[in-house]
Design a protein around this ligand. Structure first.
Ligand code: ADP
Length: 466
């Protein structure tokens, strides 16, 4: 970035210097040329005016007078010739040219009737020459030649060039300083963000980016840090989940191992003992199977795929769940009731099996965790846009601090009681995932009877209404 800035600045400054110096020197030379022409023309007209007198002396005095006046105090050399290049006047009297032939290209062109100028280099620097014809009655009777050393202009140009170079160097220095500052401000956070991203890819989610700097950089830093927080939380959850799964699987495995060892070590066990041990083993295997099946269900829900959507009559679905659990409720002497509006349109667009499992999980929990003789009520209320399913029991209820946690994987309020009911701690986690996949919500609140109310809210989409 710095190299680009400096290169662009250098090129700009170089072009600016070359262009400006070129324009300046051209202007100075053209101005000087115009001035020389003006002087040469005045001399030429003076000669023309004096020519009529036919008096060489008058003409010469006139020439001397005009030339002295015009060229006094300058370093201009003035030569006047007749039309055969013979010098009539030369202000450089030391050269002793008067009466001699004075041949120059510009003078030749002047005697041909055309004023002209030229520039040439000498040891003393460049010299500018102009020549104009002297005309009397339309006839060219001679020419005026002026030559001026241009070293003053060259000096001016080189002084300005030197100043421009110093100015450019100073400007370049300032631009380099600003570029270093700017690139530091921009690249430092980028380097830091890159470092954080590398740390994330190495699995280190503890690194955070500095959120200072320009507004955009601070926003980027905040977004990156937010992503780190989320990844960290996700990683924590993943680690906890793996250790929970191992723990959950270890318990029934240890039970099976113990039963096997006991059976192996028993001397001549009778058939009844063997059957009892095998029965216990079978229960543990059932428990293992239940956990594995629920884990598979969770993993399918996590992947989000496999949604088999159709138009589902939610009141019929809830009635089906209540019906299928009536035997279990009867065994526990629990009054299982349901309030389902029969006439209302209770259709939603949903995956039937998944929603069935959700409702089943919360009704079966309500029956399992409500003491014998209690009651469980299932209600369905649908509006234009929402379908609400409520399952209320008069069981022990769930303390406020646990209300969110019960939806976590493997979370049980009372571990031993939950295990006794055959609980895996995954039922509500599965329910929550399935409800979320339907863009719905699930929550638990306190029932006035002291138990809990689990509420599932599902949106009614346009396709559900059709
Ligand atoms: P489990 O398979 O153990 O029932 P869940 O995920 O279905 O697992 O439930 C998590 C925990 O929430 C249960 O272990 C239980 O302690 C508590 N719970 C669930 N439903 C109720 C309820 N209706 N009343 C009281 N506690 C409940």
């Amino acid at each position: 970035m710095l190299t680009t800035y400096v290169a662009v600045t250098l090129i700009t400054l170089f072009l600016m210097c070359v262009y400006n110096i070129g324009i300046l020197s051209e202007n100075l030379y053209s101005e000087q040329t115009t001035k020389l022409y003006a002087k040469a023309n005045i001399i030429s007209q003076s000669i023309s005016g004096a020519w009529d007198s036919n008096d060489e002396k008058v003409m010469y005095l006139r020439l001397e007078d005009v030339t002295d006046r015009l060229l006094a105090g300058t370093n201009i050399r003035g030569v006047v010739t007749d039309n055969s290049y013979s010098v009539l006047f030369d202000n450089n009297s030391e050269a002793g040219m008067t009466g001699k032939v004075f041949m120059r290209d510009v003078l030749k062109r002047a005697l041909d009737g055309e004023q002209s100028d030229s520039k040439f280099e000498t040891d003393n620097g460049s010299t500018l020459t102009v020549a104009v014809p002297v005309e009397v009655d339309g006839e060219i009777i001679g020419g005026v030649y002026l030559a001026e050393n241009m070293s003053a202009i060259a000096d001016t140009v080189s002084t300005i060039r030197a100043s421009l170079i110093v100015f450019s160097a100073l400007l370049l220095f300032i631009i380099i300083l600003i570029s270093i500052g700017t690139s530091y401000i921009i690249t430092r956070p980028i380097a830091e963000f890159t470092e954080v991203a590398r740390a994330i890819s190495r699995g280190d989610f503890s690194r955070r980016a500095n959120v200072k700097g320009t507004r955009e950089m601070a926003q980027m830093g905040q977004a990156l840090n937010f992503m780190c927080d989320e990844l960290n939380a996700l990683d924590e959850k993943r680690k906890n989940f793996v250790s929970d799964v191992s723990h959950e699987l270890k318990t029934p495995m240890a039970g099976i191992k113990l039963l096997c060892d006991s059976l192996v070590q028993a001397e001549n066990p009778d058939m009844e003992t063997i059957r009892e041990f095998l029965g216990d083993m079978s229960e543990e295997i059932d428990r293992l199977t239940r956990i594995i099946n629920r884990l598979l269900t969770l993993s399918r829900l996590d992947s989000g795929a496999d949604m088999n959507m159709s138009r589902v009559d939610i009141s019929a679905l809830c009635a089906g769940v209540v019906e299928s659990l009536s035997k279990l409720a009867k065994e526990k002497d629990i009054e299982l009731t349901y309030e389902i509006p029969e006439t209302a349109d209770n259709y939603i667009n949903a995956d039937y099996d998944k929603i069935y499992e959700c409702v089943y999980n919360i009704v079966v929990n309500a029956i399992n965790y409500t003491p014998d003789g209690g009651n469980v009520n299932t209600r369905v209320k649908c509006s234009d846009s929402l379908c609400v399913i409520e399952v209320e029991d008069n069981g022990p209820g769930i303390p406020d601090a646990e209300k969110l946690k019960v939806f976590d994987r493997f979370y049980r309020l009372d571990d031993s009681r939950a295990r006794d009911t055959g609980g895996t701690g995954l039922g509500l986690a599965i329910t929550k995932e399935a409800v979320l996949l339907h863009q719905g919500t699930i929550e638990v609140t306190d029932s006035p009877s002291g138990g809990s109310i689990f509420t599932i809210t599902l949106p009614i989409t346009e396709s559900g209404k059709e």
